[in-house]
Design a protein around this ligand. Structure first.
Ligand SMILES: [Zn+2]
Length: 450
């Protein structure tokens, strides 16, 4: 993509009405635009990041047997009355139409997915089933000041599973847990899993997937030797205590801070799983025939991953004082190509596509062709794309300083510079590193695909 055509320009200063690093950086760099507190537009760069996260999540949900669907965001009041959610969930957005009918905007979709799936399930042989969607969700938050971390409207993956027994849900939860951990690992994040009681969904256990980041809103305690992890706020343990799961029995001496002890860290919740039990089957009186030929309600699970929230968490975790540093898996482009020295003949030739004078550009092109051993920006841009790389090409007529500052702010993993000094090579460097290399385009392609 040509940067001159990108309508979402970078801003010199951070917006004054944003408090968090993710919102300040994402607005400044042109990824998102705030419509109002808790609701953002995604600009071309932002959509590319969001789609990358979405695709990683989709691949892992498909791999574990999830079937993708799309359900309405607009729900009839009756479904929410059937489950009690209409009166008990305070963050539920409610809408009244001109016909005086009332509706809810989805904040989770058990009220839609339970009738959708269970009306098609007859016996235990039809189970288990897991369906998911990647879609907008709404929450009537009182405070929405954390950028993409806590929105009133947000992009989310929500999966729902239906089982003949609690044992089968437990088995499936194990599969989902591994899939979730793989999602976060692919995004360059380290996630820990905590267990917590119920919340607003049920009396059952829920699991929270916490990513370690200083920008998080929770403190967790986790074991350095096993999977034990708890939210510090509710825990009986404290930092450097022996792990209650793999540590020694009570009374036995152990050096504080040794292996099998608890570490405290800031973390942000990026996913959750709720064991819903039989609540929703009962609420809608939708059952299946079990192995004994009896009518039975399904055990259900709900599995969320906040896609837009993950984008905010990634921005919080991967940035420095100059801007963003996207992990390659979610970066909007593979390479940011910068052309410097725009007054040279070959640079002028590059402009031929946009020049107002075809004659002048033809002359410039002829001059450039005579300058042997020099690559033009357009050539490098095309060569990189032909090698399968996605490229943001900064061919704007602005100062080198502004190009560098924008490249740092936007945070594409690789920066490639073409200037009169680089000849037929390009000067490449990773975002966040000072290690600069002068290489040919083909050498650079090899570096990136290896
Ligand atoms: Zn442990």
């Amino acid at each position: 993509m040509l940067q001159s055509r990108l309508f979402s320009k970078t801003l010199r200063d951070a917006p004054k009405d944003e408090e968090t690093a993710n919102a300040k950086l994402l607005v400044r760099a042109g990824y998102v635009d705030k419509l109002m507190a808790g609701a953002y537009s995604y600009m071309p760069l932002g959509v590319r990041v969001l789609k990358k996260i979405e695709q990683v999540v989709r691949e892992e949900m498909d791999a574990m047997g999830g079937q993708e669907v799309l359900m309405p965001m607009l729900h009839p009041k009756a479904n929410w009355q059937a489950t009690g959610g209409w009166d008990s969930i305070d963050v539920l957005f409610k809408i009244k139409s001109r016909t005086e009918k009332e509706y809810a905007l989805g904040q989770s979709e058990e009220e839609v997915v339970t009738p959708l799936v269970m009306s098609r399930i007859q016996t235990y042989k039809d189970l288990p089933v897991a369906v998911y969607q990647i879609h907008w969700k709404f929450r009537d938050e009182l405070r929405a000041k954390s950028g993409l971390l806590r929105g009133r409207e947000f992009f989310m993956k929500d999966m729902y599973s239906f089982h003949e027994s609690q044992e089968d849900f437990d088995r499936f939860y194990g599969v989902a847990k591994q899939a979730y951990l793989k999602v976060f690992e692919r995004l360059g994040l380290v996630a820990k899993v905590t267990e917590a009681s119920g919340g607003s969904f049920s009396e059952k256990i829920s699991y929270e997937f916490m990513v370690l980041t200083d920008a998080g809103e929770d403190d967790i305690l986790y074991c350095d030797a096993c999977e034990f992890c708890v939210n510090a706020e509710i825990a009986k343990q404290k930092e450097k205590d022996a792990c209650p799961k793999c540590g020694p029995p009570n009374g036995e001496a152990r050096p504080k801070g040794g292996k099998g002890s608890l570490t405290k860290a800031r973390a942000s919740e990026v996913g959750n799983v709720f064991d819903l039990g039989q609540k929703y089957g009962k609420d809608f009186d939708l059952a299946f025939m079990d192995r004994e030929g009896k009518r039975q309600y399904p055990v259900m699970g709900c599995y969320g991953i906040g896609i837009s929230r993950l984008m905010g968490v990634l921005a919080e975790k991967f940035h420095d004082e100059s801007g963003l540093l996207w992990p390659h898996a979610v970066a909007p482009f593979d390479v940011h190509l910068l052309r410097l020295g725009s007054t040279s003949a070959k640079a002028a030739a590059d402009e031929q596509g946009t020049s107002s004078s075809p004659k002048a550009s033809t002359v410039a092109k002829a001059l450039a062709d005579e300058t042997e051993g020099h690559s033009t920006g357009s050539e490098v841009y095309q060569d990189l794309q032909a090698a399968g790389l996605t490229v943001l090409y900064d061919e704007r007529a602005v100062s080198a300083g502004q190009k560098f500052a924008d490249a740092d702010l936007i945070g594409i993993p690789w920066r490639a510079i073409l200037s009169p000094k680089t000849g037929d090579k390009i000067e490449v460097k990773r975002r966040g590193s000072d290690d600069v290399k002068l290489v040919s385009v083909s050498e650079f392609v090899k570096m990136l695909v290896s």
